[in-house]
Structure formats: structure tokens, C-alpha cells
Design a protein around this ligand. Structure first.
Ligand SMILES: Cc1ncc(COP(=O)(O)O)c(C=O)c1O
Length: 364
């Protein structure tokens, strides 16, 4: 069976180092917010290029805490793309703010800066952009809208760890960058994990309080907070994997090039790669008619294709009432109908990729 993503293969490729780092944590007996978390946060800052990293329990928590650190809640509107993982929008709703969902650019599948500017109202406080599938958003377009309107900018980098926009790592461009270390992500833990990066000392201070009951140094809650901490075992694993992240992202890019080259004569819609950016191919997606038939055909060849995502958030029952019930976002709806994700992960062998390519050729 060829899986769409394969966290087990990731673990096995670094098994000895990971096992030994876990063993060291077990022997030391310090399990939450210890030295591995401390060093991981330092190493992640250096990698992304920000002054601060605050690690937390998941990518969704990272987004919730980022919104709270900016002081956002009931009565505030936050603009975000409808075409994203549900988590982005769930986080806005979880802090009591109102998600205002907008359309994406059809050639890149990322949030459309023009749609953002048209959605701004007197209640708008922030924009969350999502570097979906590993490809950076049009950050020049977005930052100019955000600046002109005095809004805060959060980057959802859950799928784009390591990608760059004009030589800057994503996450280091907005006010705050949020990451997920869910096991299938390009930098995946062996459980849940996430982090927020920022170069603002005051936001970082606020985030450190929020992740632990709102406590100050004396364990007195100055604000209401959460319990959302990265544990030592996950931090130790992430420190091992961070060393190989650029190598692994380069392997993903090579696999993506092969798909592009081998599939370009088939009736498939490809996503345009943005100029002066690096794409880290968390997912390799295409647009296709007769998607269900293709998924079934691949399945019959023992190949698992994914669909990220079958229903745009503005049409999900949980969010339809929060947005305008009649809202129509044609690009997001078109993408959701056609998008398919092919297997891609650093350990995917050439021969397995050939099997996927041949199965696609057979289908057409
Ligand atoms: C774009 C995006 N944002 C946020 C998240 C949430 O991350 P987590 O699953 O770690 O809460 C995910 C992961 O599914 C994601 O893909």
C-alpha cells in the first residue's frame, strides 16, 4: 500500500537517534517544559529567523493563543481563507471572534489579497493567511492591505514549515507565525505539538503566560490562560528531525518535479508555483474532473490519494451561520470539487512514485 503521507517511514528513517533522545528524556525524568523544550525553542527561532518561539500543545492551540495574545475575541472580525484546514477557522471561533471567510486565487489556491481588502469592515482586526500545501501566500499583496488598514497579520504555517517567500522563512513575516507538529507535517512529532513564532517580546511574553494558566513568574494568574504545553519527549524528537528538515523538504521538491514532468500531458490542473518562493510540498495537489473515479482507481492499485479538502469551510454547517448563509466563493468551491493529493513524503521511493505515475497514466 502506498500511503498519501507516511509518519512511520519518517520515524524509521531516524529511528536510532529518535529512540536514544526519547530514552534520555525518560532517564532524566523531566517531562514537561524542560531542557529539550528550551533548546528546541532556541533552535526553531534560529531556523525561522524570529526572536521568539513559544511551543504549545498543537497547531490549533497555536492559532488560538496567537489570537488571544493579540487581544482578539467577541465582537472582532478575523479574515481568513475558506479554502483551508478546518483548524484555522475553528481557532477563530474558539476565541469567540467572527471568522470572515474569503476566496482564494485559482492559480495558486492561496488567499486572494483583493478578496481580503473587499472583506474589511469597521470590526476587522486581523487577517490569518494560510500557506496551504507548503506554498507561500502572496505576502506583498497581503502586507500592503494589512498595513493600509492597520490590521494584525497571523501566518498559519502548519503546512509550510521551511518554505520561503523572497528569501524569508514563512512565519517570520507577519506579527505571529503558527506551526503544527502533527505527525504527518513536514516537521512532525510523535503526537500533537505546535508553536508560535514572533519577534515581538511583548507578544512572546503574553503567549508564555497564556500557555500556562496565565501565570507570571510567581505562578500568579495575571490573565486567564490555558494549559497548552509541548512535552519533553515531543521536543526531543523535534530537535532530531529539525536537523534533517531542509534535506527532507528538498526530497519532497524532487518528487514534486518528477510528478510535474511525468504528468504534464494528462488532463490535470496543476497549481502554479509562486515566483521567488520555495514550496515545501507538504501535499502535492492537482485539480481533476471525475475525482471519485480516480481515487477509486488508485485505491484498486493500492495507492491512497487524499482530498484536502472536500468541503470549503464557508459551506460547513458549523460555520455557515457565522459567515453569511448565502456566501458564494466560486474559487474555493471549485477547488474543493476537484482537488486531489498524491502520495508525497521524503521516504517515498522512486519505484513507488513510478507506480503512482503509471496508475494515473492508466486511468486517462
Ligand atoms: C493549515 C492548518 N492549520 C492548522 C492546523 C492545525 O494543526 P493541529 O492539527 O496541530 O492542531 C493544521 C493541521 O491539520 C493545518 O493543516
Amino acid at each position: 500500500m502506498i500511503l498519501c503521507s507516511n509518519p512511520r517511514a519518517q520515524y524509521l528513517s531516524n529511528k536510532e537517534e529518535i529512540d536514544s533522545s526519547i530514552q534520555q528524556v525518560l532517564s532524566k525524568g523531566e517531562f514537561v517544559l524542560g531542557e529539550n523544550v528550551h533548546f528546541f525553542e532556541e533552535e526553531f527561532c534560529e531556523y525561522i529567523g524570529t526572536k521568539h518561539t513559544v511551543s504549545v500543545g498543537s497547531g490549533t492551540d497555536a492559532l488560538c493563543l496567537a489570537l488571544r495574545a493579540l487581544g482578539l475575541g467577541p465582537g472582532d472580525e478575523v479574515i481568513a481563507p475558506s479554502h483551508t484546514a478546518t483548524a484555522t477557522i475553528a481557532a477563530i471561533a474558539a476565541v469567540g471572534a467572527t471568522p470572515v471567510l474569503v476566496d482564494s486565487e485559482l492559480s495558486y489556491y492561496t488567499i486572494d489579497p483583493l478578496a481580503v481588502s473587499q472583506a474589511i469592515s469597521s470590526k476587522t482586526k486581523a487577517v490569518i493567511v494560510v500557506h496551504i500545501y507548503g506554498q507561500p501566500v502572496d505576502m506583498d499583496g497581503i502586507t500592503s492591505v494589512v498595513r493600509q488598514n492597520n490590521l494584525k497579520l497571523i501566518e498559519d504555517c502548519a503546512q509550510a514549515i521551511g518554505s520561503t517567500y523572497h528569501n524569508r522563512r514563512v512565519g517570520s513575516i507577519g506579527d505571529l507565525g503558527c506551526f503544527s507538529f502533527y505527525p504527518t507535517k513536514n516537521l512532525g512529532a510523535l503526537g500533537d505539538g505546535g508553536s508560535i513564532v514572533t519577534s515581538s517580546s511583548s507578544l512572546a511574553g503574553q503567549l508564555r503566560k497564556l500557555r500556562q494558566y496565565g501565570w507570571d513568574k510567581n505562578r500568579v494568574s495575571q490573565i486567564t490562560g490555558y494549559n497548552s504545553r509541548l512535552d519533553e519527549i515531543q521536543a526531543a524528537v523535534l530537535r532530531v528531525k529539525l536537523k534533517y528538515l531542509d534535506r527532507d523538504n528538498a526530497k519532497r521538491a524532487t518528487l514534486a518535479k518528477t510528478y510535474e514532468r511525468e504528468l504534464n500531458h494528462l488532463p490535470l490542473e496543476t497549481v502554479t508555483t509562486r515566483q521567488k518562493c520555495s514550496h515545501v510540498y507538504h501535499l502535492y495537489v492537482l485539480g481533476v474532473e471525475r475525482r471519485n473515479d480516480l481515487v477509486a482507481h488508485l485505491k484498486s492499485n493500492d495507492i491512497v490519494a487524499g482530498i484536502h479538502y472536500p468541503v470549503p469551510t464557508h459551506l460547513m454547517p458549523a460555520y455557515v451561520q457565522r459567515t453569511r448563509p448565502s456566501l458564494c466563493l466560486p474559487n474555493a468551491e471549485r477547488i474543493a470539487k476537484k482537488v486531489i493529493s498524491l502520495p508525497i513524503y521524503p521516504e517515498l521511493t522512486e519505484s513507488d512514485q513510478d507506480r503512482v505515475i503509471n496508475a494515473l497514466k492508466d486511468f486517462f
